[in-house]
Write a protein that binds this ligand. Structure first.
Ligand SMILES: [Zn+2]
Length: 201
């Protein structure tokens, strides 16, 4: 997913030389340049970058809270981010790694500097500096909705998706319910066959 050697090293513990041998047979393919440094970047980044960072970070946080380890949560959240946001993606894997590091205080960060909070106005979760009181004027999603009508960049980044035709959905539900009823009928045991049940007497 375009991770640099340092990122792979932090996540896997593999020596840099080994990473080069395994992933970058062509030395020119090694991602170069300054690695991301999110604590400063996030607060001055434009709205669309902050929105994308929040979409990644909130998914990462949910996966961590569900009990996934940081490696799995990072990869899973990044893949999910790429399926819900339009390409070209503003958040690189290295950026996602850096955001996750600074949210949990792991890998390259000694302590957390971000947290995920819930907007009191729209109830979306978004990324913010650790210890910040959640306010709607800091919520990127509230701003996104406000700007949507007259900002073509926002419209292109988050195009309106057609909702499924309700009749198709209803038909699917009815077929599923029928299937479930049929399956229940096949394996339903008579109540009296359970020892100790009231039906036994
Ligand atoms: Zn909001």
């Amino acid at each position: 997913m375009g991770a640099r050697v340092r990122t792979i090293h932090s996540m896997t513990g593999l020596p840099p030389r080994e990473i080069q041998r395994l992933f970058f047979a062509d030395p020119n393919a090694i991602p170069r340049g300054r690695p991301p440094d999110s604590p400063e970047w996030y607060h001055s980044a434009n709205l669309l970058f902050r929105t994308d960072a929040s979409i990644f970070a909130t998914t990462y946080r949910r996966l961590r809270q569900a009990g996934f380890g940081p490696d799995d949560a990072l990869v899973g959240a990044y893949r999910h981010y790429r399926t819900v946001c339009q390409a070209p993606h503003r958040i690189s894997f290295d950026r996602a790694f850096d955001l996750a590091s600074h949210t949990d205080g792991i890998w390259i960060a000694k302590s957390p500097s971000f947290s995920v909070v819930t907007c009191p106005s729209c109830t979306s979760e978004f990324l913010t500096a650790l210890g910040t009181v959640p306010r709607s004027d800091a919520c990127p999603f509230c701003k996104l909705v406000q700007r949507y009508g007259n900002d073509p960049r926002v419209q292109t980044s988050f195009p309106v998706r057609p909702l499924p035709y309700p009749a198709v959905f209803q038909q699917e539900m009815m077929m599923r319910q029928k299937k479930e009823r049929d399956a229940d009928g096949d394996c339903e045991a008579p109540i009296s066959s359970f020892p100790g049940d009231t039906g036994d007497r």
